[in-house]
Ligand binder design. Structure first.
Ligand SMILES: Cc1cc2nc3c(=O)[nH]c(=O)nc-3n(C[C@H](O)[C@H](O)[C@H](O)COP(=O)(O)OP(=O)(O)OC[C@H]3O[C@@H](n4cnc5c(N)ncnc54)[C@H](O)[C@@H]3O)c2cc1C
Length: 391
């Protein structure tokens, strides 16, 4: 049976974009879906061979300009990749997804020409990966005031402290560190971003153990012990680092919304097929029960609504018209709708939904990340409510 999401995408995006989506979708069917269960049962991160294959397909350079060796695509392409790969596994999709939307993006938005030339070609080829060093053990939602410090010494800086939750840390070549540089300055003007090589003296990485979501994605804690960097490591403007981070997150939140919709699309197909196959009472399928139909229809509505909205916002993003509130709203709504509906989808499928090979439990767990990652939904509502209160 054709994927329901394909029916919608065919009408929402131009032909060449749909052809690109099909290429990535078929890659996921071939290179990811058949191996996923084994990777999960072996508690294995995305294998290097899969990362290489995604790089060969050009996924790491999607929205990087041709002049820097990328594919010259746009944010719609990135979101289509999230929809295509996330259908099987958010954890695999977030690997190139975070490398682009959180790793390369701050460089594209705020880097100097020299920084772009130095890094973007290797990032586009997937030979380097930047990670987004915003969160800390003591600073999650309250990220504007980092505990990691960068103190001036001579012509350079010394960085001290710990970042955590860093997606892709296992494969990272560099980390963009958000550090406190002007403690007495007004809120939002106290920090600076630095590009720090992971093999620099004083940088230590450890994988965070015990995570039961995005299981194939690397999530690391990165320590900085007296790490020395020069002025040219600054990304953006001194004491304006928070702006670099929050501007990056606008695009990242659109990608997280695509992952939520990808999981929803999988759950919808799985449930509607199962409901026609599962026979209970009078030799007839459970799909005849109105309550079962109700769940399937609600998933279908949420998917079409989310896709239409998200692809519209991607176009606004490309035209520099996307507001922080719009990016936050679509992330909040898609993640909430998908994570609430998947529980009902599991209930429709009954006991079989408990098994890893059925797939729903993986998407259920991963959908939790879409609620808290890149700004928890509760915290984002603080942002969304401001214009409603005339602020
Ligand atoms: C798998 C995964 C990958 C991640 N990858 C990265 C990454 O690559 N780089 C990175 O920097 N970070 C990353 N993060 C961190 C993520 O962005 C944070 O988890 C998120 O910002 C929330 O921070 P916290 O978990 O510390 O929650 P806290 O800030 O402790 O908040 C806990 C809860 O308190 C409530 N709350 C907090 N503040 C408010 C508020 N203002 N209004 C209302 N309620 C509030 C909310 O319910 C919130 O969910 C990742 C997280 C996960 C789970």
């Amino acid at each position: 049976m054709a994927r329901r999401i394909d029916t919608y995408l065919q009408h929402l995006i131009p032909e060449e974009k749909f052809a690109f989506y099909e290429t990535v979708r078929d890659f996921g069917d071939r290179e990811i879906a058949p191996h996923l269960l084994q990777w999960e049962r072996d508690h294995q991160l995305v294998p290097d061979s899969c990362i290489r294959a995604m790089a060969e397909l050009g996924l790491f350079g999607l929205p990087i300009a041709d002049q820097y060796g990328g594919q010259g695509g746009d944010h719609t392409d990135l979101v289509l990749m999230g929809l295509a790969l996330g259908y099987h596994s958010q954890a695999v999709a977030i690997t190139p997804g975070a490398a682009i939307s959180l790793g390369a993006k701050p460089l594209q938005l705020c880097g100097t020409e020299a920084q772009k030339r130095a890094h973007l070609p290797a990032l586009a080829r997937g030979e380097r990966m930047f990670v987004f060093g915003l969160s800390e053990p003591g600073r999650g939602s309250d990220a504007a005031n980092p505990e990691v410090t960068a103190v001036r010494r001579g012509n350079g800086w010394v960085i001290q402290g710990e970042k955590c939750w860093s997606t892709n840390a296992r494969w990272a070549s560099h980390v963009v560190v958000h550090a406190l540089t002007a403690p007495g300055a007004p809120n939002g003007k106290r920090s600076t971003c630095f590009i720090v090589p992971m093999d620099q003296r004083g940088v230590f990485y450890q994988e965070m153990k015990g995570k039961k979501v995005w299981e194939q994605s690397s999530t690391g804690s990165i320590m900085f012990d007296g790490v020395e960097v020069a002025d040219d490591a600054i990304l953006g403007t001194e004491n304006d680092g928070f702006k670099v981070m929050v501007t990056t997150l606008n695009g990242g939140r659109l990608f997280i919304a695509s992952l939520a919709l990808a999981s929803l699309a999988f759950a919808l197909d799985k449930t509607r097929v199962y409901a026609e196959e599962r026979i209970q009472f009078d030799d007839k399928p459970i799909g005849r029960f109105q309550r079962v139909q109700d769940v399937i229809v609600d998933m279908d509505i949420a998917l079409e609504r989310g896709l239409t909205w998200l692809l519209h916002l991607c176009r606004l993003y490309e035209d520099n018209q996307l507001s922080r509130e719009q990016a936050a709203k679509v992330k909040v709504d898609c993640s909430r709708a998908a994570s609430e509906l998947i529980l009902l989808a599991m209930e429709v499928c009954g006991g079989v939904a408990c098994f890893d090979e059925f797939g729903l439990i993986r998407h259920h767990n991963d959908l939790f990340v879409t609620r808290v990652g890149e700004g928890s939904n509760f915290a984002l509502k603080d942002l969304i409510v401001r214009p409603l209160r005339g602020k």
